[in-house]
Design a protein around this ligand. Structure first.
Ligand SMILES: *Cc1c(COP(=O)(O)O)cnc(C)c1O
Length: 564
């Protein structure tokens, strides 16, 4: 089953979550969707990779929202055997002094020209393991810190061991976020100095050698967002045959910080947008954090109607999305408008199926979909509801929202409740819907069928953001705070619009949002000559989709990180 993949060296890409398809809930949000897009691009470009993640049998969670707008979390079980093949290799890691056995499912990502990428989904739900250990790969981001530590041991150490057991030859390891940093620790063990050559106080391991083999991508611009574990916990749980003192030198003295560990074990480190790299360089003085701005997978995120016109007018776009730079001249206004109408009709049907509410085709849809958490400020659009109503009286609008809050994020859940309150207040004035259980299918419909893609994060917390890139691919312009990718993507009035300026303070953003909507965005949409709006749609494609795609991102990782 693996013959085709083990004859030549590959890059091992480790990610705690990965979005492979809508039926497989092994992702929570942007990080996992990015991982999926990386692998899909690698398949299209036939680059030698293998991805390693967890099988997450109970998924992240299925979101239900009650009448009051309260989120309920249900397990989201899926059946690996329906989508993936079991591999017969098994390896063990030591946790709390006992062996925990790990096997894997093989999922194949198929590229446009027949290229295939293997994805290994690690699974501890085996007869050999205790009931408790069998659940280690059930709940993505579930449980307490102890559960998380064990999962990260399974992912990092188990993943490296399984690759070896299966016969893979790996020439580079890529950690997508710090969750997988224990892979570097396992590599250290492989490259330990002979005990009699280690002088006291010196590291037991050949650290430079391991660093040469590893790259690390950080995604979190806040210190609190990085996993960290007490050494007491580590001492209790971790395999005692590792030299914990050496790990401590690499991972921080007070607590084991997975980001520190990854930084110290990777020769190449990057952030996911230019501004995020700047923030990371300030957060981690002494390290060089490069920037590889994220991108999205062209074939996955373009609506069917855009596939059609791109195939006809920009042949080769799915291998070289750079060619989309030609969109502004090679695609007629009518073709763009019709492709958009087609996607918008599909979204309206999708909304009807999910909520029973039918939105109108001739009124602009403003959409907001992302993780529901305080710094994303999903309530900004409603912060002055009278002002919003006033604007909508002149320029009718419709609003779609979607997104999950992490089960332990009380603030995020309160925001979902508040949004449902606003929805009720606007009844009969501004059609507003909240689509429960945000997933790949809902994202696909929203990014392609909306008219304006709204994003209102608190600066500088949006490391990159990718949904706006998906929208751009479908000619949907963004109206967004200048943070993350939008600092690079926004050309005012050309590819979309900024809320506030680069230097404005977070406090004035709502005022700027209403101003832009009322004075710039909606007047252009409703202008009797619609060529101005169509031009913005085309520029979103030609200036943003041609660049913010995962093919460019993947080629950059290959040249600048993997084969440096
Ligand atoms: C793209 C995507 C995300 C990430 O979007 P951001 O703009 O980075 O917040 C999250 N969830 C799903 C389902 C997506 O498709």
């Amino acid at each position: 089953m693996l013959e085709a993949f083990i004859h030549s060296p590959r890059v091992a890409y480790f990610s705690m979550e990965i979005a492979l398809r809508n039926e497989i809930p092994t992702y929570a949000g942007g990080l996992g969707v990015l991982a999926g897009d990386m692998v899909r691009s690698a398949a299209d470009l036939m680059l030698p990779m293998v991805a390693i993640s967890l099988v997450s049998r109970a998924g992240y969670f299925r979101q239900r929202i009650d009448e009051q707008g309260r989120q309920q979390e249900l397990p989201d079980y899926w059946q690996p055997e329906l989508w993936a093949k079991p591999l017969d290799a098994k390896v063990a890691v030591t946790i709390e002094g006992r062996a925990v056995w790990i096997s894997a499912w093989l999922y194949l990502v198929e590229g446009i020209s027949g290229g295939k990428q293997p994805v290994l989904l690690l699974d501890t739900d085996l007869n050999e393991n205790t009931a408790e250990d069998r659940e280690l790969t059930h709940y993505l981001y579930g449980g307490d810190n102890c559960y998380r530590l064990k999962q990260e041991i399974v992912l990092g150490i188990g993943g490296v061991r399984l690759l070896q057991a299966l016969g893979f030859s790996i020439f580079h390891y890529h950690m997508n976020e710090g969750h997988s940093a224990f892979l570097g620790v396992e590599l250290l063990r492989r490259h330990a100095h002979p005990a009699n050559e280690v002088r006291s106080g010196e590291p037991h391991y050949d650290i430079p050698h391991v660093r040469e083999m590893c790259s690390f991508t950080t995604h979190t611009p806040v210190e609190a967002g990085h996993d960290s574990f007490d050494y007491d916990l580590l001492n209790r749980i971790f395999d005692s045959s590792f030299d914990i003192a050496s790990i401590r030198q690499l991972a921080g003295n007070e607590a084991l910080n997975m980001t520190r560990l990854a930084l110290n074990l990777s020769e190449y480190v990057n952030g996911v947008a230019k501004s995020h790299a700047d923030v990371s360089n300030k957060m981690f003085p002494g390290y060089q954090v490069h920037a590889i701005t994220n991108g999205v997978h062209p074939l996955t995120w373009a609506a069917a109607s855009f596939h059609e016109i791109f195939n006809a007018r920009v042949p080769g776009w799915h291998h070289e999305p750079e060619l989309l730079i030609r969109a502004e001249c090679c695609i007629s206004d009518e073709e763009i408008r019709n492709a958009h109408l087609d996607a918008k009709k599909k979204l309206i049907n999708q909304v009807y199926d999910l909520t029973g509410i039918r939105l109108a085709l001739n009124i602009p849809i403003i959409s907001f979909a992302r993780r529901m958490t305080a710094y994303k400020r999903p309530d900004m659009l409603f912060s002055n509801i009278e002002r919003l109503k006033e604007i909508a009286k002149k320029y009718p609008i419709q609003i779609i929202m979607s997104g999950k809050a992490h089960p332990s994020d009380a603030g995020g859940k309160a925001l979902i409740e508040a949004l449902h309150g606003y929805e009720k207040q606007l009844e009969g004035i501004i059609p507003t819907v909240y689509l429960p259980d945000y997933n790949l299918a809902i994202a696909h419909g929203m990014v392609s069928g909306s008219d304006v893609w709204l994003n209102t994060p608190l600066r500088p917390y949006e490391a990159s953001g990718t949904s706006g890139m998906k929208a751009a691919l479908n000619g949907v312009p963004s109206l967004s705070i200048l943070d993350g990718w939008w600092i690079e993507g926004c050309i005012e009035g050309i590819t979309g619009w900024a809320i506030g300026s680069l230097t404005s303070t977070n406090g004035n953003d709502a005022i700027d949002l209403y101003y832009k909507l009322e004075q710039v965005v909606l007047p252009l949409y409703y202008h009797e000559d619609n060529s101005g709006w169509t031009k913005v749609m085309k520029y979103a494609i030609s200036k943003n989709a041609s660049y913010f795609n995962s093919h460019r991102m993947m080629r950059r990782y290959l040249i600048e990180a993997y084969t440096r």
